[in-house]
Write a protein that binds this ligand. Structure first.
Ligand code: SAH
Ligand code: TMP
Ligand code: ZN
Length: 405
């Protein structure tokens, strides 16, 4: 039994993915042998309905000066974050002539750039020095530290209360969630908003997108669990907005209790989640069965293709792919290499299964028979870019089910 990080009730795992490496731990050839593995299991707390990893590696093992994920590499994400900034400005900053915006985990500045360009007072909090440096080069003010209660307190003393605290694909990474929420409560202005988005549990269950489960993602949020969490810190979930990013995300708007009246969407989403069974143990047992089927289907397809003597290359060395490769036991035998546009990943090996990561040029110059779409969350952007490949060759996806297209 483990203790829920939110409500401290006891809970048990419903699925075990076996030993998993650091999902973004791309390694050079000469470091094989020194890799860290942890037992990756997920559980559902029957009291507050938070779905969470049982164990997680330490934050310093995941976020450091060589963090290989740069948000701005995707053009669609740049547009998405510009719209996020505009929405916040329109809905929450108008009442203050000199508003202050804080972002938790600003990475290379993809979101804050939109505020910095308008000379809006801002602060990015980003512990991974290499990506933080890229943000600073864009004229963004960054503190290279981990956000927590202590930093929130210092930030309020130094800069004043925040009208908006924003975050994307970060809060679900942080196990010390009580320190985050009490920090937000400390830093937030009276009418301030805490708006954050993360991959949505409802989509993961619906699409069997188990690859969203990896070391960095300790929480899989829903309106059910987030409303419980907010309430515990004298905050309130005032609105929710589904997002198409990362294969299905949800944006949660949280404010001080009573500062705004909650939109009807919140209650509606909670009702829908209950209808989907996100509050029931059976739902998670069914998910486990779906995951096992997905594994069998993918492995048999790749083995069949190999027997036919055809080539398969992975497209996008995503952090998500680490779970798929290690859980399904897929290595170089079945996938020749993975093509990725991130220079820091190229020339290295995939975590755990050691498939070589090569540049995009190597894909373009010698098309394989099949491309296994690990970056399925960027499908639209990639299909636009790869019309030529798609004319003569095939794609493989595993979300929502294993399929050739
Ligand atoms: N917001 C960006 C980046 C997401 S990647 C986007 O959506 O594309 C997750 C980021 O969170 C990493 O850059 C990591 O360094 C940062 N991070 C992890 N723990 C953090 C913490 N406690 N406080 C602030 N940032 C954190
Ligand atoms: P993400 O799923 O975490 O956003 O990571 C996407 C990864 O896929 C990242 O390493 C960059 C890579 N990628 C490509 O190689 N080609 C592309 O066209 C896109 C959109 C991403
Ligand atoms: Zn709980």
């Amino acid at each position: 039994m483990s203790q829920c990080r939110v409500c401290h009730s006891e809970y048990k795992p419903f699925i075990n993915f076996g030993p998993q490496p650091i999902a973004n731990g791309f390694i050079p050839e000469d470091k094989i042998g020194d890799e860290y593995f942890f037992e990756m299991q997920v559980g559902h707390c029957e009291n507050c309905h938070m779905v969470q990893l049982i164990d997680q590696p330490s934050r310093e093992q995941m976020f450091h000066g060589e963090y290989p994920f740069f948000s701005s590499l995707s053009k669609h994400m740049q547009i998405h974050f510009k719209e996020f900034a505009e929405t916040i400005e329109r809905r929450f900053l108008n009442h203050n002539p000199n508003p202050f915006v804080v972002e938790i985990g600003c990475n290379d500045g993809i979101l804050l750039k939109n505020f910095a360009e308008k000379n809006i007072k801002h602060l990015g909090i980003e512990p991974s020095e290499n990506v933080a440096k890229v943000a600073e080069e864009k004229g963004i003010r960054v503190t290279t530290r981990f956000f927590d209660y202590e930093l929130a307190d210092e930030t309020r003393d130094k800069f004043g209360p925040a009208d908006a605290i924003l975050s994307a694909n970060v809060i679900c990474h942080i196990p010390y969630i009580e320190s985050i929420f009490s920090g937000v409560e400390k830093l937030l202005a009276e009418k301030g908003v805490f708006a954050y988005e993360d991959p949505y549990l409802g989509d993961i269950i619906e699409k069997t997108s188990y690859d969203q489960i990896y070391d960095e993602h300790v929480f899989f949020f829903s309106a059910l669990s987030v409303s419980y969490l907010a309430n515990k810190f004298n905050l309130e979930l005032i609105d929710v907005e589904p997002q198409a990013t990362h294969g299905g995300s949800m944006r949660y708007y949280i404010a001080r209790k009573g500062a705004y009246s909650p939109a009807q969407h919140v209650e509606q989403l909670i009702e829908k989640e209950k209808e989907m069974g996100l509050n029931k143990a059976e739902t998670y047992l069914q998910f486990k069965k779906n995951v096992e089927k997905s594994k069998q289907d993918l492995v048999s397809l790749l083995e069949k293709i190999k027997k036919e003597g055809k080539r398969v290359v992975g497209y996008g060395a995503t952090s998500k792919s680490t779970t798929v490769l290690n859980y399904c036991g897929i290595d170089r035998n079945l996938i020749e290499f993975i093509s990725d546009t991130t220079p820091l990943k190229q020339g290295k090996l995939s975590p755990g299964k050691h498939i070589p990561i090569r540049s995009y040029d190597e894909f373009k110059e010698n098309y394989p028979d099949y491309a296994l779409l690990f970056a399925w969350n960027h499908r639209k952007e990639i299909m636009e870019k790869e019309e030529e490949f798609s004319k003569s060759y095939k794609w493989i996806t595993y979300v929502p089910e294993v399929q050739i297209f």
